[in-house]
Design a protein around this ligand. Structure first.
Ligand SMILES: Cc1ncc(COP(=O)(O)O)c(C=O)c1O
Length: 381
């Protein structure tokens, strides 16, 4: 991926001058750093970043510069990335299933915090990781709603198994902790309420005082004009419920947002290839590219349409079916997208809030997927 060294004022300035025919991600370091400060100032505990959501080096560099000192890593490649860019940062290896070779790499790279959700994976950690000063967080799941999709189908022990694993962790001499993930784009704060209260029950069942409770990622980003995420309200609720549920045994809190930290700092410009018979819109990016997760999470309606001469289209909106560029018929954005009626072929559609699970999951299917990043002072217009 090419990174322009020039800082542009706005996406429209770039689009007018460069006339790109491939999709462009516009990145605002100011927005990323402000979001990081929002988490660091508002969350009642240690803020870490889930690298998987956007592992671009400029993201890691800007988060580290803004004061993020911990990273949730899922693979040796992510660990090496963090060691290179933020060598003194804490790494939490919170992918609960690992090959033995991956565990040995983590030990070598100084990882001192792991999550686990099964007896067999805990046995591997006990065999391979020195216990002294190392945290093992037991990941549990609950059947609660509120997220765009549920992570419990793949990861998380039941409450009963979590209590058993937690007791084993403590007996083996590791630092015992608990962790959960309420599911990504979780707009329902009550999910955290239920999980935190369950964590206190698990600790009581195990007879273990936990050192830390990691309340996951899942913090929502701004995807729909109508729904502005209420991060501070979620932070306050987490603080209040942790105090109520644990009383004097309250553990230190950790969070590991991916989307909530990085999504808002990027806007994607995708060019209109065609408006087929004045009906369907074909863009030069789709679900095999930077829009990969839209079929799972739903549409982003925070859009602006910019003409090739850099002017924002302002016509009455028309609801359009929008397809991506590949020959595959599933390459379609979910539902319909309201776009200005005066939109033309060769215009650019700017989608805001596109920083998470986009650059990281973009593919070159069908020969498309050339994606560059341009740095801007402002993401609007
Ligand atoms: C263990 C873990 N933590 C944090 C995250 C980040 O989640 P989100 O982007 O919803 O904040 C993920 C995402 O897959 C995850 O698996």
């Amino acid at each position: 991926m090419g990174l322009s060294k020039t800082i542009w004022t706005t996406p429209s300035e770039y689009l007018r001058i460069q006339q790109p025919d491939a999709p462009v991600m516009f990145f605002s370091p100011a927005v990323l750093q402000a979001t990081a400060r929002r988490f660091i100032d508002g969350f009642p505990g240690f803020v870490t970043y889930a690298v998987k959501s956007n592992p671009d080096e400029i993201v890691i560099e800007n988060l580290a510069a803004a004061g993020v000192q911990g990273f949730d890593v899922a693979s040796p490649a992510e660990m090496r990335l963090i060691r290179r860019i933020a060598p003194s940062a804490a790494m939490h290896y919170n992918n609960p299933v690992r090959a033995r070779s991956e565990i040995l790499t983590a030990v070598e790279l100084g990882v001192a915090s792991y999550s686990v959700d099964s007896r067999s994976e805990l046995a591997k950690l006990i065999a391979l990781v020195p216990a002294q000063g190392t945290e093992i967080s037991v990941r549990f799941k609950l059947p609660v709603a509120g997220a765009a999709y549920n992570f419990g189908a793949k990861f998380g022990a039941t409450v009963e198994l979590a209590a058993e694993l937690l007791a084993t962790v403590a007996d083996a001499g590791f630092v015992p902790s608990l962790t959960f993930h309420p599911g990504t784009q979780c707009t329902e704060p009550s999910a955290w309420d239920a999980y935190i209260r369950a964590a206190a029950e698990i600790a009581a069942m195990a007879g273990v005082k936990i050192a830390r409770l990691n309340v996951g990622g899942g913090f929502p980003s701004h995807r729909l004009n109508e729904i502005e995420p209420q991060l501070e309200a979620i932070f306050r609720l987490i603080d209040t419920v942790a105090a109520e549920a644990f009383g004097s045994d309250r553990p230190a809190l950790v969070c590991e947002p991916g989307r909530g930290l990085c999504a808002g700092a990027f806007s994607l410009a995708s060019r209109v290839k065609a408006v087929r018979d004045d009906e369907h819109v074909f863009l030069n990016d789709g679900v095999y590219g930077a829009f990969a997760e839209l079929p799972l999470i739903g549409i982003i309606d925070r859009t602006e349409v910019i003409s090739p001469d850099g002017v924002k289209r302002g016509g009455e909106t028309v609801e359009r079916i929008v397809f991506g560029p590949t020959c595959d018929s599933v390459d379609r954005l979910p539902g319909v997208v309201a776009l200005p009626g005066d939109m033309q072929e060769e215009d650019y559609v700017l989608f805001h809030g596109m920083g998470a699970y986009s650059i990281a999951t973009n593919t070159r299917f069908n020969g498309f997927g050339e994606l560059s990043v341009a740095t801007v002072l402002k993401l609007k217009g």
